[in-house]
Write a protein that binds this ligand. Structure first.
Ligand SMILES: [Zn+2]
Length: 281
């Protein structure tokens, strides 16, 4: 599991070179879905209290003893320099995955890079207007917030908050009206310096406790097994939505969702898990 986790995380970082999360095909606007209740998080999402000295708080899973809830999260990666690859036809989005989540009525949290929202504004908008989803921040550039992070170009501490704010601006410009104050570090890489740099941005950093292994995977069954073996009550599962870099994810979702429901799990968004901690404000 550990080496695998390392590999996957590395992959996520390389997802610098790939990942993305797609929404509904094209320009379709998401209708309100009566079967999915609007998230109360849309107006006042719960955030964790800052750490000592105002340090950005970090959330990686919900309570283990509050029932079988878990959150699927999908990173919409695209690095600031991948525009030419998108222009050449590489798909950093995954509309089929989003269609599957909608068909299965699975609430989910999408960590979207600003660069991705620039590339796929209609999809970003569709996700941002669909109460089944919450859209959060995965940086603008998908560059590293630590000095070493799987070969990603590194930001200086003085650039970090600006990168986060720039992502929120891109999400707004794309038409995401209520991006959540949750931030996922590119590659999951952070340190005290990064947490300090973002103090004052008002975000809760969101990590995960289950690595799906979907990035660069070719064996959907192996990814499915890894998710099913890894989840516990309160888990946050890290996945991607990009056709080019995580081609099995839709299939994995179609397999794990019914199985986990059979085991008594209920899918929620990250905001609900944070709200269950009792440590939020
Ligand atoms: Zn990422």
């Amino acid at each position: 599991m550990i080496p695998r986790v390392r590999r996957i995380t590395a992959v996520c970082a390389m997802g610098a070179a790939l990942t993305a999360c797609g929404a509904a095909g094209g320009v379709r606007q998401a209708p309100a879905r009566p079967t999915v209740s609007a998230s109360p998080a849309a107006s006042r999402p719960p955030v964790l209290a800052p750490g000592p000295g105002g340090l950005t708080p970090v959330f990686d899973h919900g309570p283990r003893t509050r029932g079988r809830t878990l959150a699927l999260t999908f990173d919409a990666d695209m690095t600031a320099d991948q525009g030419p690859r998108a222009a050449a036809g590489e798909h950093f989005d995954n509309p089929g995955l989003i269609r599957a989540l909608r068909a299965l009525k699975v609430p989910a949290t999408i960590f979207m890079t600003g660069r991705w929202a620039d590339e796929y504004p209609a999809e970003a908008r569709s996700l941002g207007h669909d109460p089944q989803f919450e859209v959060a921040n995965h940086s603008y550039s998908h560059y590293a917030y630590t000095e070493k992070c799987y070969g990603l170009p590194a930001l200086d501490p003085g650039e970090m908050r600006e990168d986060v704010e720039k992502a929120y601006a891109s999400l707004r410009n794309a038409g995401v009206p209520h991006a959540l104050p949750y931030f996922r570090f590119p590659g999951g890489c952070y340190d005290q310096r990064a947490l300090r740099a973002l103090s004052g941005a008002g975000v809760t950093a969101v990590q995960w406790d289950v690595v799906s292994g979907d990035a660069f995977a070719t064996d959907a069954d192996a990814v499915t097994r890894q998710v099913l073996e890894g989840v516990k009550p309160g888990s946050v599962v890290a996945m991607h939505c990009t056709r080019s870099a995580a081609p099995t994810t839709e299939k994995v979702v179609r397999a794990v969702v019914p199985e986990l429901r059979k085991r008594g799990y209920r899918f929620v968004k990250v905001s609900e898990l944070i709200g269950e901690t009792g440590k939020h404000r």
